[in-house]
Design a protein around this ligand. Structure first.
Ligand code: SF4
Length: 461
């Protein structure tokens, strides 16, 4: 039998409880257990005026931002619409059915003001990391690091070659916020002072972003998102925004390791990274200063492709500070005998040079396999070679093979960030805006992990 046609009729009174309409297994319900915003009001008091019209409640702003990053809603306009329409989002934001959702323009304006000055997003990220450690999800023993390019919110058309646009052409008084932030970070090792090499193009709307072709495709403007993760459960222990240049990313690792040590008293047993991090100075810092085992491939620049002997074919004698060649001859830094012996100094790149005797090479039967085009053979040695040797020894162990698999976890986090949370292109400009976005996204990823791995006792009871 066909049912009667139903027309919607506005009732005079409704009895409706949001709590009853959010499924017990909804992601936001699981995450809500770990969102603790008790202290933020006190933290934000100095950043609000004592007079004037009341602002949007900071708790509501934070909860709405979390919904946006957790559910991959990138547009602020759409986020406001979704919170208005979606019952679960309303419940998470502590809004009742009749409560008004902030207008998207008011929401955007509030977001750029006080939260940034108060460093609230950093605090919130650290409180979630502390909760992960408390729940036993991160032991802090095996950490992995990597950086991923995130496209900046600008384009090639609004840029010019470096000679046509320099910071001193800009008036800080009238410049947009992203340009002012760029001028403030010119001496920052993560941004302006990362490298003396000038990029090919400078963006006018977001000059701190880096013009890069690192993805081997068409070049674009980008920032680097640096993650330091615990490989037990892929918890993000620290996050740092930098320019997309190698030097800035290496500096970010040192910053993040120092910060996790100070903040959470974490001294890892090993650090896992790809070849980009295998430079001599960084390995030296890890091994000698921090006592951390580097599970990192060493950057080798002395490899040969013409079939002649490689540096590894020469044995180093640390007692005599000489190399022994395959013909059992000695390669030394100095062959002349000085009356007052001089200590050899490395060059500006920290490289020492060892030379064979020309007479011995000329008479050697292996010369065609050793130095066919040079009068004698030279071998270089970095001042960081002992630390590089530590990394090379680890490279041959079974633990290193395990570390290679663990390193995939940080790559998967970046894939999740871009595909599920849709942060493949930034919405905010300037170093501060980028920092905010990365902190919120990392907080969202950690909250999702907590919700997945920590069972809800009230559901299991
Ligand atoms: S060519 Fe010179 S450095 Fe090379 S194996 Fe012969 S003696 Fe040694």
């Amino acid at each position: 039998m066909m049912g009667p046609k139903k027309e919607a009729q506005a009732a005079l009174f409704y009895e409706f409880c949001l709590e009853d309409h959010v499924p017990a297994d909804h992601l936001l319900r699981s995450i809500d257990r770990f969102v603790d915003l008790v202290d933020i009001r006190e933290h934000l008091v100095p950043f609000y005026s004592q007079i004037g019209r009341p602002s949007i409640a900071p708790e509501l702003m934070i909860r709405m931002l979390l919904v946006g990053y957790i559910m991959g809603i990138r547009s602020e306009r759409r986020l406001c619409e979704e919170v208005h329409l979606n019952l679960a989002y309303r419940w998470f934001c502590r809004l009742d059915l009749g409560d008004a959702v902030p207008d998207h323009s008011t929401f955007s304006k509030n977001r750029h003001g006080r939260f940034r000055e108060s460093d609230l997003f950093r605090q919130m990220f650290e409180s979630v990391v502390a909760r992960c450690i408390e729940e036993g999800l991160a032991s802090g023993q095996r950490l992995a690091v990597d950086a991923s390019l995130i496209e900046a919110d600008n384009n090639r058309q609004n840029s010019s070659q470096i000679a046509e646009w320099t910071p001193d052409m800009t008036d800080p008084q009238t410049a947009p916020r992203a340009v002012r932030e760029y001028l403030e970070t010119l001496d920052d090792a993560a941004f302006g002072a990362a490298t003396p090499v000038k990029p090919k193009f400078n963006s006018h709307s977001d000059p701190a972003s880096q013009w890069t072709a690192a993805r081997k495709g068409p070049a674009f403007f980008a920032y680097s998102n640096n993650y330091l993760i615990d490989t037990d459960n892929a918890i993000i222990l620290d996050v740092e925004a930098t320019r997309s240049v190698r030097q800035a990313e290496l500096g970010a690792l040192q910053t993040m390791l120092d910060r996790t040590d100070n903040r959470f008293d974490i001294q890892p047993e090993r650090i896992i990274a790809d070849t980009a991090y295998g430079t001599g100075p960084l390995l030296e810092w890890l091994v000698q200063q921090r006592g951390i085992a580097p599970h990192i491939p060493v950057v080798e620049k002395s490899g040969r492709t013409d079939g002649t002997f490689e540096t590894s074919d020469f044995a180093y004698d640390d007692q005599k500070d000489i190399y022994i060649c395959p013909a059992r001859k000695e390669l030394k830094q100095r062959r002349r005998a000085f009356t007052n012996p001089r200590t050899p100094q490395p060059d500006e790149h920290g490289v020492l040079r060892y030379r064979a005797s020309k007479a011995e090479c000329d008479a050697c039967q292996l010369k065609s396999k050793c130095c066919p085009k040079a009068p004698q053979r030279k071998v270089t040695r970095s001042v960081h070679e002992p630390s590089r040797d530590v990394a090379r020894k680890i490279y041959q162990t079974i633990n290193y093979s395990i570390s290679c698999k663990l390193r995939k976890k940080v790559e998967m986090l970046f894939a999740h960030l871009k595909r599920i949370l849709k942060l493949d292109r930034l919405r905010l400009r300037g170093p501060c805006g980028v920092r905010d976005e990365f902190h919120l996204a990392a907080t969202a990823q950690n909250l999702r992990k907590l919700a997945k791995l920590v069972p809800d006792q009230s559901q299991t009871a």
